[in-house]
Design a protein around this ligand. Structure first.
Ligand SMILES: Cc1ncc(COP(=O)(O)O)c(C=O)c1O
Length: 397
């Protein structure tokens, strides 16, 4: 007997484009053709030693049971202390902080707590591609805030965004520092954003997962700290994944005023029991332990950024946008008539280098390729050489 149909709304859902590209590369690697990766948003560093040791100790101490639903109080307190110390944000650890299994579930929880079916959410175009899918999955509509690239920097085009507001617009979602463009929003950017949010009675979700990957001359600002009026309608989403190279641990946190955190908690308790107890103890050590590991990784990203920018600038046909933060560089395609997906696939096939097409992140990303420098200097050097050789020989064909 034929089984009943599974959920119809899954039909329109795509996985992250990076996964599709990785599958294409995987097929080549299986055939014995090596691929240089400049694609993933995943630090290539191991989680620092003292954090790993803390997890081992926690296991031996019996942290193997269900953790408290909102996360261990000590961890929430450490998050609140960190927010006050580093972000200038005050949050009651018992009512305004929710420990999540990373920003992915954190974002789902935030959206599910705010949205009714049919609501619209303004999101930058281009942006980390899973966000739009998540909004659609909740039977809501992502509406793009287009961008402009000027002075070697991506900006949100708020004038157009305002024209796209409707009676169903419920929230604005940003990522600051911003994957894939590398922009770190400054005070002026945040003030303009806040005036649109406040003037139209919207919520704001701010994913700040790249807050520690910011380059010299730039500073990450938490919108809810810079614009106090917006705090009561802002959910800040964060995670340990990028800052502490803890992607596989699945730990993050959402911060918002009590009514919003309460709503997120109601969603969260249906879908998760939170990150593993011993992982939460390790996250506590990450926040309270020495921070040299973070600055060492920052210094390495800074060096890789220069290496990549120098290499791309010297290359025929690609013009990099200098990232202010994140470990991504968006590079404009200046020659040839290929779309970004086509060019990325040709670079994979012909040069054996995996990069992400800008169109994966929205239609305003067309005409760009995203390079990740969460990969080693060796990968960057070899990748640049192979791409340079390919572009020189083939641009325009
Ligand atoms: C903007 C952004 N948010 C969230 C995530 C996922 O974070 P997590 O590992 O905490 O789920 C990523 C991962 O690349 C990302 O780039």
């Amino acid at each position: 007997m034929k089984l009943p149909e599974i959920a119809g709304k899954l039909k329109g859902l795509r996985g992250p484009v990076v996964m599709e590209m990785l599958e294409a590369a995987g097929r080549m690697e299986e055939e014995g053709r090596p691929v240089i990766h400049l694609v993933r948003g995943e630090p290539d560093f191991d989680t620092p030693h003292h954090i790993r040791e803390a997890a081992k100790e926690a296991l031996d101490q019996g942290y193997t049971h269900y953790p408290p639903l909102r996360g261990y109080p000590e961890l929430r307190e450490a998050v609140a202390e960190k927010l006050e110390r580093e972000n200038g944000l005050t949050a009651d650890p018992h009512k305004e902080v929710l420990i999540t299994t990373g920003a992915t579930t954190g974002m789902y929880t935030a959206l599910a707590a705010l949205l009714n079916p049919g609501d619209e959410v303004l999101i930058p175009d281009p942006i980390y591609d899973p966000f739009a899918n998540l909004i659609r999955y909740l039977d809501c509509m992502p509406v793009s805030i287009p961008t402009e690239c000027g002075d070697n920097r991506f900006y949100l085009d708020f004038k157009t965004a305002v024209k796209r507001l409707s009676s169903r617009t419920k929230a604005v979602l940003i990522n600051n520092p911003w994957n894939p463009t590398g922009t770190v929003m400054d005070e002026t950017d945040l003030e303009t954003l806040a005036s649109m949010v406040l003037g139209n009675n919207l919520y704001l979700i701010s994913d700040e997962i790249y807050e520690k990957i910011v380059f010299s001359g730039y500073r990450h600002l938490s919108v809810a700290a810079v614009i106090p009026d917006i705090k009561d309608r802002t959910i800040t989403v964060n995670s340990f994944s990028k800052t502490y190279a803890m992607t596989g641990w699945r730990i993050g946190y959402n911060v918002a005023p009590e009514p919003l955190t309460g709503a997120m908690h109601r969603v969260y308790q249906q879908v998760s029991r939170g990150p593993a107890a011993f992982g939460q103890r390790a996250a506590l050590t990450a926040l309270q332990g020495p921070q040299d590991c973070v600055s060492e990784m920052q210094n390495e990203y800074q060096a890789r950024r220069e290496l990549l920018l120098n290499g791309l600038s010297a290359m025929e046909g690609l013009q990099p946008v200098e990232p202010e933060g994140t470990f991504f560089t968006f590079a404009r395609m200046e020659k040839g008539d290929k779309g970004s997906r086509e060019l990325a696939l040709s670079i994979l096939e012909k040069a054996g280098v995996l990069v992400t097409p800008g169109s994966a992140f929205g239609s305003c990303g067309e005409g760009y390729l995203r390079f990740s420098f969460a990969h080693s200097r060796e990968n960057i050097e070899q990748g640049l050489k192979a791409i340079g050789g390919y572009l020189n020989s083939s641009m325009g064909d």
